[in-house]
Structure formats: C-alpha cells, structure tokens
Design a protein around this ligand. Structure first.
Ligand code: UDX
Ligand code: ADP
Length: 463
C-alpha cells in the first residue's frame, strides 16, 4: 500500500518545541488517519523526540508519543522534503522578545518566523494551508501572507491563525480537553475552506461548540489578550499580597473571598513570587509594543503596570529574605527549593527563581539550587555566577542541610510532604523558611521552630 492511500491527510509542524511537540502528538493520537510529521532545525532536538528521553518534560507526553511514534507521528530534519509533501503546515517556531534594534526589549523577534515563511515558499510546489501556532503579534499573518503569496510560482497559500492555549505541566489535559479551539481565517471563500479543513481536524475529538472561529486579527489578538488577562490577575493578587503583609490581612483569605464572586472566579488568584514562563512577559511586551506603535500610550501604560508589579514582587521577596535575616545574608547558605517557573515542568524560561538567585548571589549568599526536573536549565540560567557560592543539589534534604534558610520558589507537590522536622534539625539556627508559593503548613512549621515568612500573610517568628 502506498503512503498516499494509507493516510487521508498529511500534516506538518515546523518547530518541535513545547507547543509543536505535544500538539502534534495529540493530533496524531486522535487522528490515526492523518500522517503527522514534526521537523526542526535542531537535529539534537529531533533525535531526542525519537528517543525515550524527550527534549521536554510534560506529564503523560511520553506515553502518547510512544503510542503514535512510527505509526502516524514522525520526527525529521528534512524540512524541505516534509514541506513539499504536506497539505497543512503548522508553524510553531520560537518568537522570543527582540534583544536588538527597533523594538528591542519589547517587540517579538520574528526572524525565525520569517525564515520559516521563506523556507515554505522555496520548498513548495503546490498551494498549502499555513497555520500560525506560535504566539505572534497582531497582523503577522498579513506579513506571512505577503511573503508566501508574493511568489512567482503561481501557487496560493492560505494563512490561518490557530493560537495554542496549552499551559506547561498540564499540556496533555489542555490539548485533550481544551476550553476552546480558536481558528482565525480570512473572510474569503479560500479562507473559509481552509478554516473548515482545520475545524475538521479538531472535530476528531473536540466538541464542535468549543471550536470557535473569527477573523485572523481577532485570533492573533485574543491569544495575546488571554495571556495578558491571566498575568494581570496574578499581578493584581500579588499587589494585594504586599498590602496584606503591611496590614495583617491574609492574602489566602482575601483571594478566597474574591474568588467566590462568580463574576471574578477563583482560578489564577494564587499570590506567588511572581509569574514566569515563556509567554506572559513576552506577550505583554508585545501588547505594549503594538499599543505604542498605534499611539495608544495609556493602553501601553496599563499593561506596563502588570509587568512592573511582577518585577516588584520578585525584588520584594529578596528584600524580605535579607531583612528577616538581620539585614545580611553574606556567607549564609540559602536553599532554593524549586527553580522551574511552575511545577511539573523542567522549563525555567523567565522563572522568578533566576532573578531571586542572582540577587541573593549579589548579596554574597551561598545559594543551593534544588529542583526535581530543572537543574540542567538552572545551570545554564546561572552560568557565569561565582562557582564557590552556587551549588546544585537535586535532593531537597541535602540542599537544606546546614542552610540558614529555605525559600520555596516552585510549588512542586513533593515539597508539601517533606519531613520538615528532619530538615529543621539539619539546619543552622535560627532557621528561616520563605514560602514563595504559600504551599506549606505555616503553623506546623512555626511549631517545629522555623521562622516562617509566607507571601501576603503575617510572618510567624520566634525572634
Ligand atoms: C500560559 C497560559 O496559561 C497558557 O494558556 C498559554 O498558552 C501559555 O502561557 P504557562 O506559562 O505554561 O501557560 O503556565 P501558567 O500555568 O499560565 O503559569 C504561568 C506563571 O504564572 C507561572 O510562573 C505560575 O507559577 C504563575 N501563577 C499562575 C501564579 O503565580 N499564580 C497563579 O494563581 C497562577
Ligand atoms: P515554544 O515554547 O513556542 O514551542 P520552543 O523554543 O520550545 O518554543 O520551540 C521552538 C522550536 O522551533 C525550537 O526547537 C527551534 O529549534 C525551532 N525552530 C526555530 N526556527 C526554526 C526554523 N526556521 N525551522 C525549523 N525549526 C525552527
């Protein structure tokens, strides 16, 4: 049987990262009649996807990949060959914040995106549907359209925006049971046909009423706005946490009370050391940049405030540590429990832990970084820091031994059930614990003898 008759459709994803890998694995699992290929310029990454040591850690991902790899999910570095064969091409290459030139520090760097557009154009002998999966600034599809359709080959490309809303750590659940799938298309007959083709793919497992459609610009902007709204809730509750610490209110009680209002809802109201991850800061910066380029300074300023509170929250956490420990942490051993930007991922992109570790090192503390999954990334993030003051230790008990303080930076479930009596016994005294995620039993820790500093709650001390 030829490949042509074996598969109903040929889908390709360019970019085998946190978005492309899991998304395509899910499509392959739910649509055995489609051939799904994932390509990347990074051969090492593709090699890892072909092994059992996947390049990203995501609960449940390896099981799905093993189920479909070699059946209808394929990983390859032959980008041109795969483009030519595919009918529908998802693009999920990275779009980091620009570090140079116009818009540096704000605008997304679209170089990988544009290179991909040109590669698609060069390698295609027939028209295709190109789907934006990476988060992109509004009107990127327009630029993509222009590059792709400026060809002299006489072939037509239809560009769709289909932003991905999965969160790391819960990617598989988010992909399998999405709140919604959003597909933006041009309001033309060709646009409508491309939209219907993509709807049909998702309809293999997503209820129709959850697949919503819009114009391309709305889809692009909805993705940025969703992330900005989520981040805004965290900055809102974090701003309240600072006020709680000054007024003896308890941020947990406040967020519970706020969240019971059905209009507000109770999710994304956990005060923390600040949000991290590859999306929130980048997408808000992108929103700020677009607003500024449209001359909307007040809009830009509003979103700038969300980022400013996040930076403030990270700095404030370090200040609390230093102030509580008698205004000096020089030569004191501080164990950071958690380095990933959230639990259940090895990802440390924009993790609050990076700034916190660096600031503590600036104060000449001895910093011990502990994390069950993220130590390899943490080493890269902290490259160049003084080696004699920076240690890495996966085992939290070993990290805590001899420490003057523990700081919880990631809400890993395992940290909730540590033997804190044993940890206390092994630490220097007075022993401090700074719970940057409010996941521990603060009364119990105080009972053991710790000086406890939660976020947005009164400290419990013996001093
Ligand atoms: C986010 C969006 O949730 C997802 O829809 C989008 O596709 C990509 O960006 P992600 O960054 O993977 O996903 O994780 P998310 O769960 O949103 O957490 C982001 C950050 O906010 C983490 O650092 C997390 O610890 C923090 N957070 C989250 C809080 O500090 N408090 C909360 O209540 C929730
Ligand atoms: P995300 O979290 O958005 O998925 P990642 O950085 O995890 O971002 O993944 C993006 C992937 O895109 C990387 O593996 C990178 O090598 C790949 N990539 C970047 N540019 C290209 C390109 N021009 N062609 C193919 N793959 C690319």
């Amino acid at each position: 049987m030829s490949d042509k008759s074996r598969f109903e459709r040929r889908l390709l994803c360019i970019g085998a990262g946190h978005v492309g890998g899991p998304t395509m694995a899910m499509i392959a699992a739910k649509c055995p009649r489609y051939e799904v290929t994932v390509v990347d310029v990074n051969a090492e990454r593709i090699g890892a996807w072909q092994s059992d040591a996947l390049p990203i850690y995501e609960p449940g991902l390896l099981q799905i990949v093993k189920q479909v790899r070699g059946r209808n999910l394929f990983f390859s570095t032959d980008i041109a060959g795969a483009i030519d064969k595919a009918e529908i091409i998802f693009v999920s290459v990275n779009t980091p914040t620009k570090t140079f030139g116009e818009g540096a520090g704000k605008a997304p760097d679209l170089q990988y995106w544009e290179k991909t557009a040109r590669t698609i154009l060069e390698a295609s002998r027939g028209g295709k549907i190109v789907v934006e999966k990476s988060t992109l600034p509004v009107r990127t599809a327009h630029a993509m359209d222009r590059i792709l359709n400026s060809n002299r080959k006489g072939i037509h490309f239809e560009v769709l925006s289909n932003p991905e809303f999965l969160a790391e750590g819960t990617a598989i659940r988010d992909l399998e049971f999405p709140d919604r799938v959003l597909i933006g298309s041009h309001q033309t007959p060709e646009g409508g046909a491309a939209r219907d083709a993509l709807v049909e793919i998702y309809a293999n497992w997503v209820p129709r009423e959850r697949i919503i459609t819009s114009n391309v610009w709305s889809a692009e902007l909805s993705k940025l706005a969703s992330n900005a709204f989520l981040a805004q809730r965290i900055s809102s509750i974090n701003s309240i946490s600072a006020l709680c610490e000054r007024t003896a209110a308890d941020v947990g009680e406040v967020s519970h009370a706020i969240g019971l209002d059905g209009r507000i809802g109770n999710r994304f109201l956990n005060a923390s050391v600040g949000f991290g991850g590859s999306c929130f800061r980048k997408d808000i910066l992108s929103l700020i940049y677009i607003s500024e380029t449209c001359g909307l300074q007040e809009v830009a300023g509003y979103w700038q405030g969300v980022l400013a509170i996040n930076e403030y929250q990270k700095r404030r956490f370090v200040q609390t540590i230093v102030n509580a420990m008698f205004d000096t942490v020089t030569d004191k051993r501080i164990a950071l429990l958690g380095f990933a930007f959230k639990k259940d991922t090895a990802d440390t992109r924009d993790s609050p832990a990076i700034l916190i570790a660096r600031k503590l090192l600036d104060e000449r503390a001895v910093v011990v970084v502990s994390d069950p999954k993220a130590l390899a990334n943490a080493r890269l993030d902290l490259a160049g820091a003084p080696a004699d003051r920076l240690l890495f230790e996966e085992n939290p008990y070993h990290a805590a031994r001899g420490a003057h303080a523990l700081a919880i930076l990631t809400e890993w479930d395992d940290y909730r059930s540590l033997d804190f009596q044993a940890i206390f016994d092994s630490m220097a005294k007075p022993a401090f614990i700074f719970d940057g995620r409010n996941i521990l039993d603060h009364e119990a820790l105080h009972g053991i003898g710790f000086n406890v500093f939660p976020i947005g709650k009164p400290a419990l001390t013996h001093l």
